[in-house]
Design a protein around this ligand. Structure first.
Ligand code: GTP
Ligand code: SPV
Ligand code: MN
Length: 595
């Protein structure tokens, strides 16, 4: 081991894990640039990282074709009673799960180095920040954590001898025999993967995957699943939400937090550049919000992350120029295609398709190929500080005051472009019943409609019925300082399958309507589902869209909504008596309004 660890709990844990996993070596990370560069060099020398000629200090990685996304089916919330994990989470008894996983962990780091990664979610030392330590046998994980979290020896200093942290154990689950050649992307077969959370003891055990949220444990595992359980105990909120600051032409600021399911537009909206003249948008965070009630009674949000782990396909100067500008140097790319001149490429990037490329699996690709060059869940890992529109207050420990919550999802039909909730309880009902078509961010079928309440189905670390109640409770605590709640759908399609709404920078028009609603300046029409922009109230000046399409986008099809009721009833029924009475009543009221 390269340093002496002074923290008692940490040195004890390192010893326990080393005794179990039997690594060849132990290295404690300090988060320095030298450390990053050294790890990258090792990865290049073993042909795992591919340097990109066109982007300084940027590298391409190719994962195993079986290990390309989160694995919700293999993700567990392990609490003493199954009821605590609730009906939306996979559950195994903690003692049983630990025994089972210890079997896998035994000797699993043989032939590898065990990295100890001290990190902070939130600015180091800030009162809202949480300290984690990830132990991982993946150097790819180490460099990604360097970008996505604050990895530093200062974290160890802060821990002192007795400070507490959240232990996050990770192994790719691929021990190396003596003389055995390593693969480019070691991992375990799907049935041996376990992404386990023990929220009652603030503990994470992950085994068998090296990809994204399965392996970068500060993100979904700590900052959402463990943090959501902490947040309920301590009366704050940990949400799968982007945070943005919008400034109107008069200079008034609005802060918006929006929850859309994975690969449904958070990164894009967080960095959106308004098409409306005079409006300005700045990014505070693109995936996770931690929110606490401040001294003035308002709700304040921080982004606990340090970088973006963003969906590459579809990202272009046309759709998300600020993301593109964040990707010029010091970026890690995973499962993108490689062009002949040494750059990355993905479907939807600006300009012509390359005549030839190497696809994400490492094979030749041409536009005639029958498959995509980049995997649909190909990702970039980039520092938040590289984003040209990162908000100057993004690291402010007290956070930014939230005015507006937005829920949404990917719905080809039924759900209109935008509507406002009738009140907080109705807003919670909208969050609790949110539905979206599944995406490539999880291993499994794509395009299936499912209920994904608050975009938290895969990320809530306790019983989702109690989580609904927590939202209602927070509303009561906030009183008249509650943010307003809206629902959006950028993904409504016409009969011929095209998106009806241009999206991206044009989404500013929808956000403007929300801000005007907050200021009491914009009219709305009450419908059974909520408040829809009154005719002409959504600013479409300069937008090339037919009035028929606009009508369709804001149309409330009562018959189609009635057809949703059985599915909502079904969705609610699984929570039994953990479903708050207020939501049961909301459903009744909704049915009544539909007539
Ligand atoms: P995670 O990182 O998985 O949580 O995803 P995310 O919610 O940040 O989604 P992201 O912004 O990366 O968008 C996912 C995909 O949706 C990309 O391919 C985008 O191009 C596409 N997308 C985002 N916003 C819009 C929009 O307004 N309209 C349309 N048509 N597509 C969009
Ligand atoms: C998501 O799936 O919501 C992501 C990507 O943000 S991952 O980090 O893999 O969870
Ligand atoms: Mn996400």
């Amino acid at each position: 081991m390269n340093v002496t660890v002074k923290n008692k709990k940490l040195s004890q844990w390192i010893k326990e894990v080393a005794d179990l996993c039997k690594p060849d070596d132990i290295y404690v990370c300090n988060g320095s640039k030298e450390e990053y560069d050294q790890m990258v060099k090792t990865l290049i020398d073993s042909n795992i990282a591919i340097p990109l000629k066109k982007r300084p200090n940027s590298y391409l990685f190719r994962s195993d074709p079986s290990d390309v996304a989160r694995v919700e089916d293999r993700t567990y919330i392990s609490t003493q009673s199954q009821d605590e994990a609730g009906p939306t989470n996979n559950w195994i008894d903690p003692t049983e799960l630990k025994e089972l996983m210890k079997g896998f962990y035994k000797g699993c780091m043989t032939g590898r180095t065990m990295y100890v990664i001290p990190f902070s979610m939130g600015p180091i030392g800030s009162p809202i920040a949480k300290i984690g330590v990830e132990i991982s046998d993946s150097p790819y994980v180490v460099i990604n954590m360097h970008i996505m979290t604050r990895v530093s020896d200062r974290v160890l200093e802060l821990l002192g001898t007795d400070g507490d942290f959240i232990p996050c154990l990770h192994s790719v689950g691929a021990p190396l025999e003596k003389g055995q050649e390593d693969s480019i992307w070691p991992c375990a077969p799907i049935e041996n993967k376990y992404i386990s959370h023990f929220p009652e003891e603030n503990l994470i055990w992950s085994y068998g995957s090296g990809y994204g949220g399965n392996a970068l444990l500060g993100k979904k595992c700590l900052a959402l699943r463990i943090a959501s359980a902490m947040a309920r105990r301590e009366s704050w909120m940990a949400e799968h939400m982007l945070i943005l600051r919008l400034t109107n032409p008069e200079g008034k600021q609005y802060h918006i937090a929006a929850a859309f399911p994975s690969a449904c537009g958070k990164t894009n909206l967080a960095m959106m550049q308004p098409s409306l003249p005079g409006w300005k948008c700045e990014c505070v965070g693109d995936d996770i919000a931690w929110m606490k009630i401040g001294p003035d009674g308002r709700l304040y949000a921080i982004n606990p992350e340090n970088g973006f782990f963003g969906v590459a396909p579809g990202t272009s100067y046309d759709t998300n120029p600020m993301a593109m500008d964040s990707l010029k140097d010091n970026v890690l790319f995973t499962n993108c295609a490689l062009t002949d001149d040494g750059d990355v490429w993905w479907e939807g990037m600006d300009g012509d398709e390359p005549a030839h490329a190497i696809d994400w699996k490492g094979n030749d690709w041409t536009p005639e190929s029958s498959h995509d060059a980049a995997h649909p869940n190909a990702r970039f890992t980039a520092l938040a500080s590289k984003c040209p529109v990162i908000c100057e207050d993004w690291e402010k420990p007290e956070g930014v005051p939230i005015d507006i919550f937005v829920f949404g999802g990917r719905r080809g039909t039924v759900v209109p472009l935008v509507y406002e909730s009738l009140n907080w309880e109705h807003g919670v009902f909208l969050g609790a019943t949110a539905a979206s078509e599944t995406t490539a961010a999880n291993i499994g079928a794509v395009g299936n409609l499912r209920r994904d309440p608050f975009a938290m189905k895969p990320f809530c670390g306790y019983n989702m019925g109690d989580y609904f109640q927590h939202w209602l409770n927070m509303g009561e605590k906030l009183g008249d300082k509650r943010p307003r709640i809206f629902y959006v759908n950028w993904f409504r399609r016409s009969e011929d399958g095209k998106f009806l709404w241009p999206g991206f920078s044009e989404n500013s028009r929808v956000l403007k309507w929300m801000c005007d609603r907050v200021d009491g300046k914009a009219g709305a029409e009450e419908t059974p589902i909520g408040l829809i922009p009154k005719d002409g109230e959504l600013d479409t000046s300069g937008l090339d869209i037919s009035s028929e399409d606009m009508k369709e986008l804001l149309h409330v099809d009562t018959k189609a909504w009635k057809a949703e009721i059985p599915d909502i009833e079904n969705h609610f029924s699984v929570f039994g008596d953990r479903l708050p009475e207020k939501l049961r009543n909301q459903l009744k009221e909704f049915e009544k309004r539909l007539g």
